[in-house]
Design a binder for this molecule. Structure first.
Ligand SMILES: [Zn+2]
Length: 441
């Protein structure tokens, strides 16, 4: 190797990381937000559009993926719900692969008139009940003869604790909102006495409320029916069904699903969230949308899902899934189309079917910010999916990213990225409808 080349390589090796991961100065300051103590943050991370922001306050901590509105500048406020006593707040910024990029600090002031809770705070806890709500959870319990107890919660995204007080009958009850906690995430909730000793512990999931259906509109997809099949459900059930028309054998539909490497979220809730976004984008463009499920606690077999699409008169069925692999570096999207089933052959020839798959995959990649080459995923022609083989309409199973990849795991739960995926798939639906001559360009 020539000396000059070696020197050039060394410069590149030295420069690349320092440009991408320059230490980030996090500018944090105390503000009041909606009458609450809050911390305002502002910082710039060259080259990053999404970062992970972690904070630790006096009685609460949290982490969230935040999105730069423009120029890689991240600006926002963190409200504090449980830190009335005031104190230090520490912020840490990481990239989505968990590499630390910068830090900041601010001091919260004590709320005016704040007093620490006083009195008796040690008793047996009875009838401790937690229930999920769309915002977080509700609690109720009894602790005879006490003036206050401490409610403590923790989950993968946030922790907090606060004193709680009984009503005139000695019953404690209330609601806890978990704005940073993803839907269906499990929280551990403890009732502690004033000295911090745990007196009771239960777990609860944050609820999920399906977004209301949008108002019907006219648009470029008017007259078309689209079926969205959000893969899986909260709890899988093995169920054996014939592989497909014209194919031999029976197969148990895959019940195992992907789970977020860092979010610990189940694939079933992530694809359901994306499915609702896709529904809204399609309906805003005039399409009629049918979903095979709108809830987590439901069980449909693959054949039943195909039947729902057929009964609705859908011209296309999009089956939304997320991928997982041992190798956490693996990333990108893939699309699976049926190949040899009689129904697939009746829909289109192999090459025409493949072209439509390529349209769908490319539209989704472009919208979600992926390069258009095979390194970010390809169209697979395969007999392996029962739910593809039994579809009497155009049908694709789309793997929207790897939940085993920390970066994609975070992105798959972020509203901005979810929306981009949805808009890409809707563009694919439009282009395929034009390609098939169902609508005019
Ligand atoms: Zn899946």
């Amino acid at each position: 190797m020539g000396k000059r080349l070696l020197a050039l390589l060394m410069v590149m090796v030295c420069l690349t990381p320092s440009v991408a991961f320059a230490a980030v100065a996090v500018d944090a300051s105390f503000v009041i937000l909606d009458g609450r103590s809050a911390v305002h943050y502002s910082f710039q991370v060259p080259g990053e559009e999404f970062v992970l922001l972690e904070y630790t306050g006096p009685k609460e901590s949290g982490k969230m993926v935040i999105h730069a509105e423009n120029d890689h500048r991240f600006v926002g406020d963190i409200p504090f719900y449980y830190s009335n006593m005031g104190g230090k707040v520490r912020l840490t910024v990481r990239n989505l692969e968990n590499r630390e990029l910068g830090k900041g600090e601010a001091t919260l002031l004590a709320a005016p008139g704040y007093q620490a809770p006083k009195g008796q705070s040690n008793a047996k806890v009875k009838n401790f009940v937690l229930e999920e709500t769309p915002e977080g959870f509700s609690y109720s319990f009894e602790a005879e003869g006490t003036d206050y107890m401490i409610l403590h919660f923790r989950n993968k995204q946030q922790t907090g604790e606060k004193p709680v007080f009984p009503d005139e009958n000695g019953v404690y009850s209330g609601k806890v909102e978990l704005p940073l906690t993803y839907a269906r995430t499990l929280s551990t909730v403890q009732i502690r006495n004033g000295k911090g000793t745990v007196k009771a512990e239960e777990t609860v999931r944050k609820g999920f409320a399906p977004p209301p259906a949008p108002q019907k509109k006219e648009g470029r997809l008017s007259g078309l029916v689209v079926c969205i099949d959000p893969g899986h459900q909260e709890n899988g059930q093995p169920f054996s069904e014939p592989v497909g028309p014209g194919l031999t054998g029976k197969k148990t539909g895959t019940t195992g699903m992907a789970q977020g490497k860092v979010t610990l979220r189940k694939e079933s809730i992530v694809v359901l969230e994306i499915a609702f976004r896709l529904r809204d984008v399609l309906e805003a463009q005039g399409a009629t949308v049918i979903m095979t499920r709108e809830r987590q606690d439901i069980f449909h077999t693959n054949l039943e899902r195909c039947q729902i699409a057929e009964d609705a008169g859908a011209f296309i069925m999009l089956r939304l899934h997320c991928d997982t692999r041992e190798n956490s570096k693996k990333q990108g999207l893939s699309l699976y189309m049926p190949l040899n089933s009689d129904y697939a052959k009746a829909v289109a020839g192999k090459e025409e079917y493949r072209q439509m798959g390529q349209i769908m995959l490319d539209c989704t990649k472009v919208s979600a910010g992926y390069a258009l080459d095979t390194s970010t995923g390809t169209v697979h022609q395969s007999d392996q999916f029962i739910g593809n083989n039994w579809a009497k309409m155009i049908c694709f199973l789309i793997e929207l990213g790897y939940m085993s990849n920390p970066e994609e795991d975070y992105l798959l739960s972020h509203p901005v990225h979810q929306q981009r995926l949805a808009e890409g798939m809707a563009q694919g639906v439009y282009e395929i409808a034009v390609f098939r001559g169902l609508i005019e360009e």
